[in-house]
Design a protein around this ligand. Structure first.
Ligand code: F6P
Length: 521
């Protein structure tokens, strides 16, 4: 694609339609349009009727998708072309959930071997065949990883029922409170540490892994003992070995899987440990069903495509600068954080594939939380704030508890909130007025199980890809995170007094302020 997005006639046409866009309520009065915005894929029902989208605008968006050859680009992604152009790699997260016998020859053997190895480890730890250095069975897992090497596993472990066999302590932050709190809750004889880092060079992960190793050493464990307690998931086996983790305890990752797309790989080990290998397999199946839908459904019925297109419509044409993920399920508390990394690290870009600066807005701010608790916090802003936004509601039809009345109230509130965002309230008193007319989508999962969670996460992955194609950007790199990492090194030295550098006035002042507390101690 060489034309910038905004010069496409399809883009300009959408711009004209947006000038006179009907309200959400008006749009919902068109029965034919409503039918087009009610979709089903991989067990997920999606109601996009509360979008501020007319039949005509929907047609225009589909034309835009065709103009950027979305289907060809999707096919290129799925067959393993090097769609991550700046790093010259494929992005083959879909291969991780393709069933044995149905995958591409260049990926499947790696995927299946890694899965088999992971299952073996889970079995051995579960049965007690594999024990700690003092022959005690492992009960606690300290999971050390950050970003894509953390968010997916913790989301799934919190969302899905556990077997109770292992307690997983997730540690991501360099903030020492995280690792010290986790270790304080563990008995070293019964604890295994899983270090998850695709690169095995991430500061937070390495420092936390070192702290965990020191914790064992301080408690009388030798380096050889520790080797029995440490496992790694990494594409950098050499570095893991240098750290002291034996090769047989290192599970592979590959450069063709991006960190934020890696929960389906051996990165999912804590899910298999906490919830069982069957649960992890069900997650893969749910995701694979969504992949099939994405690959096969016509554009007009393709849920990830329509989700992407409505997002483009809302943010690029209706001015929604932020997107709220409102999960009406306590178990999905981490979903907004997970999607924040997935969507914003993927599509928070301003350079196009051809190296030119993008001339349209890309990823809006993504945030969110769980209902109904959010209703007593930030929903005031959603109902009466000044900024345009869009929102996704996620609701499970059936709960996993017996408090039916609670669940009915939860559902009633989810529907009431999306209704309020649509219809608003024309009160005579200005302070009480609610403008409404905010576009929302509601997803209904029959229940929140591994299958539906897998399908839901894959749905968002494909939405991200489609939006990246339309914005003309590479969704699979993340160069923007490097500068901060580079600057932290010298500041760290200066805070420790081992370097004197010329910093800007503010940073210099703050370093001085923090050093003053160190010397006063
Ligand atoms: O700093 C960003 C990032 O590279 C993410 O993309 C990634 O998920 C995270 O850091 C962790 O990286 P790694 O798995 O290599 O430790």
């Amino acid at each position: 694609m060489t034309n910038s997005t905004s010069t496409l006639p399809e883009w300009k046409h959408l711009g004209r339609l947006a000038q006179s866009a009907a309200s959400v309520t008006e749009c919902t009065q068109d029965a034919a349009r409503n039918d087009r915005l009610t979709l089903h894929a991989a067990g997920i029902d999606a109601d996009l009727r509360k979008q501020r989208l007319s039949n005509e605008a929907l047609d225009g968006l589909l034309e835009l998708a065709r103009a950027v050859s979305l289907e060809d680009r999707r096919d290129a992604l799925l067959r393993g072309d090097h769609v991550n152009t700046s790093e010259d790699r494929p992005a083959m997260h879909t291969a991780l959930r393709t069933p044995a016998g149905a995958g591409l020859a260049s990926f499947e053997p790696h995927v299946q071997a890694a899965l088999a190895g992971m299952h073996k480890l889970v079995d051995k730890l579960t049965t007690g065949e594999l024990r700690g250095a003092t022959n005690r069975a492992i009960t606690d897992i300290v999971h050390i990883g950050i970003g894509g090497s953390h968010l997916g596993p913790e989301l799934a472990v919190r969302a899905l029922p556990g077997t109770g066999r292992f307690k997983i302590h997730f540690v991501a932050n360099i903030d020492g409170h995280a690792i010290s709190t986790a270790l304080a809750a563990c008995d070293p004889e019964r604890t295994a540490v899983i270090v998850v880092s695709k690169s095995f060079s991430t500061l937070e992960t390495l420092r936390n892994a070192e702290a965990a190793r020191a914790w064992f050493l301080e408690r009388g464990f030798t380096a050889m003992d520790i080797a029995r307690h440490f496992f790694a998931i990494s594409a950098n086996v050499q570095e893991a070995a240098r750290f002291g983790i034996p090769a047989e305890n290192v599970f592979p990752m590959w450069d063709w899987v991006g960190g934020r797309y890696s929960v389906w790989s051996t990165v999912g080990l804590p899910i298999a440990l906490a919830c069982g290998t069957k649960v992890f397999a069900d997650m893969l199946t749910g995701a694979h069903q969504m992949d099939r839908h994405f690959a096969e459904a016509p554009l007009t019925e393709n849920l990830p495509v329509l989700l992407a297109l409505t997002g483009i419509w809302n943010s690029n044409f209706l001015g929604a600068s932020n997107h709220a993920v409102l999960a009406y399920d306590e178990r999905l508390a981490l979903l907004p954080l997970y999607l924040q990394q997935l969507e914003t690290e993927s599509n928070g870009k301003s350079v196009r594939l051809d190296g030119q600066t993008v001339d349209v807005q890309t990823m809006p701010i993504l945030w969110g939380g769980v209902g109904t608790t959010g209703q007593h916090a930030y929903h005031q802003l959603l109902h009466q704030g000044t900024r345009a936004f869009s929102a996704d509601f996620i609701v499970a039809a059936k709960p996993d508890h017996h408090l039916e009345d609670h669940h009915r109230w939860l559902q009633a509130n989810a529907l009431a909130q999306s209704q309020a965002m649509m219809i608003g309230d024309e009160q005579p008193q200005a302070e009480k007025r609610v403008p409404g007319n905010h576009p929302t989508t509601t997803f209904v999962l029959e229940q929140l199980d591994a299958h539906h969670l897998g399908a839901l996460l894959a749905l968002y992955e494909h939405k991200v890809f489609c939006q990246g194609v339309i914005w003309g950007i590479n969704s699979f790199d993340q160069w923007g995170v490097e500068l901060g990492k580079r600057l932290a090194g010298p500041i760290y030295q200066q805070l420790g007094g081992t370097a004197v550098l010329n910093q800007d006035a503010s940073t210099q002042h703050l370093i001085g302020r923090l050093r003053a507390s160190q010397t006063n101690d």
